[in-house]
Design a protein around this ligand. Structure first.
Ligand code: EPU
Length: 339
């Protein structure tokens, strides 16, 4: 079964078999049927690089359902489309997700890489994750602290917890978030692009205005996976020591730097897009794959690109950035197969 319709890079990887998981209650029977056979889990495939044959059964998470209480506790099934959920929560009168508008993918995938944009991360809003445990064959709950959220990372990316890509232990079924009733909400507009948009407004924007502005910025900068295959940022913004950041800033004063949380004050995050652009890759093309001409952090499949070509381009970028700046770029999406 070809998975090109099930990954937003549109890579033509084949899986042994595909099962659509439509409800939580079917996971027990699926566990029994698969036994120890290899399996992998896909939401909408917007953060995975399927670069070689997938010798496993692909479990497609299609569990839907959402509800919100008067107190702003949002419960979303893992197969819900993330952006629709954001806009629905705003329409119900609750704020908190507006900065995370238009991020591709499903609700269940959101905690895995702790999605984040414009100064907000999912971990700032999440109460708990519910997941099917393939090992103990029951549902388990992970409270926010259990998820060990950090920049684009969580316990669900830790191979010691989650196991190898073709035997993942946890299948996320549901997330629970804490939102705020709109009249009481304060919006976060510290991120430079948002501040610039609202500076002339003369009042605090509403959560819906923040969402609309985020949508506008993303549409301008980032390619829509419906038009051209991509997985958003292909690399994380690298975290370097303060010393290395100072060294880099001395040589390249315009390199964007971002503050780290208080407990990591000796570290500094710098812009991967800037490093990649300065190595001349923005808009570059290698056969049918390339670097987006609007944002240097996004690798794209122009149509007939293969996983092997994407990996070769990623490697070429990593080598060039190490050679020019001495900084290693870590990929952001998950690789299937791993390695
Ligand atoms: N820049 C360049 N060249 C480019 C693009 C950007 O030099 O081609 C520089 C600019 O100076 C710009 C700065 O990089 O001001 C930051 O760019 P941007 O605001 O687009 O953010 P980013 O750091 O590149 C991160 C996330 C995005 C998220 C945006 C907004 C990561 C890996 N990426 O990108 O997330 O939308 O911030 O918060 O952290 C994703 O994870 O898939 C993703 C798109």
């Amino acid at each position: 079964m070809n998975l090109s319709a099930h990954n937003t890079l549109r890579l033509p990887a084949r899986a042994d078999d595909v099962i659509e998981v439509l409800q939580v209650s079917s996971l027990s029977a699926i566990s029994d049927a698969l036994g120890e056979q290899p399996r992998c889990i896909l939401g909408s495939g917007s953060n995975v690089v399927l670069h070689a044959p997938i010798n496993a059964t692909a479990l497609l998470c299609r569990i839907t359902g959402r509800a919100i209480t008067d107190q702003g506790v949002l419960i979303a099934s893992a197969g819900e489309n993330w952006h629709e959920l954001v806009m629905w929560s705003l329409a119900q009168g609750f704020a908190g997700l507006e900065n995370l508008a238009l991020i591709p993918g499903t609700a269940g995938a959101a905690p895995i890489q702790n999605i984040g944009a414009y100064g907000v991360e999912l971990g700032d809003r999440l109460i708990r994750v519910t997941a099917w445990d393939f090992q103990e064959r029951c549902l388990k709950q992970f409270e926010n602290a259990d998820c060990q959220f950090s920049y684009r990372n969580s316990i669900f990316k830790n191979p010691e917890v989650q196991g190898p890509w073709n035997r993942p232990r946890y299948f996320i079924t549901e997330i629970t978030l804490q939102l705020t009733a709109i009249p009481l909400a304060t919006v976060q507009t510290e991120y430079a692009d948002l501040r610039a948009a609202f500076d002339k407004l003369g009042r605090a924007p509403t959560p819906l205005e923040v969402a609309q502005t985020v949508i506008g910025i993303r549409k301008k900068k980032l390619p829509d996976p419906a038009d051209i295959g991509n997985v958003g940022s292909f690399f994380k913004n690298p975290v370097v020591s303060q010393l290395q950041a100072q060294h880099l800033s001395l040589l390249h004063p315009d390199l964007p730097r971002y503050p780290m949380p208080e407990q990591s004050a000796d570290l500094c995050k710098v812009s991967a897009a800037w490093l990649i652009e300065r190595c001349g890759f923005k808009g570059a093309r290698r056969g049918d794959v390339g670097v987006h001409d609007g944002h240097a952090l996004v690798l794209v499949n122009h149509g007939g690109g293969t996983g092997r070509e994407i990996l070769a381009l990623a490697h070429e970028i990593q080598q060039a950035v190490v050679a020019k700046f001495g900084v290693f770029l870590e990929p952001e999406p998950m690789f299937m197969p791993e390695g």
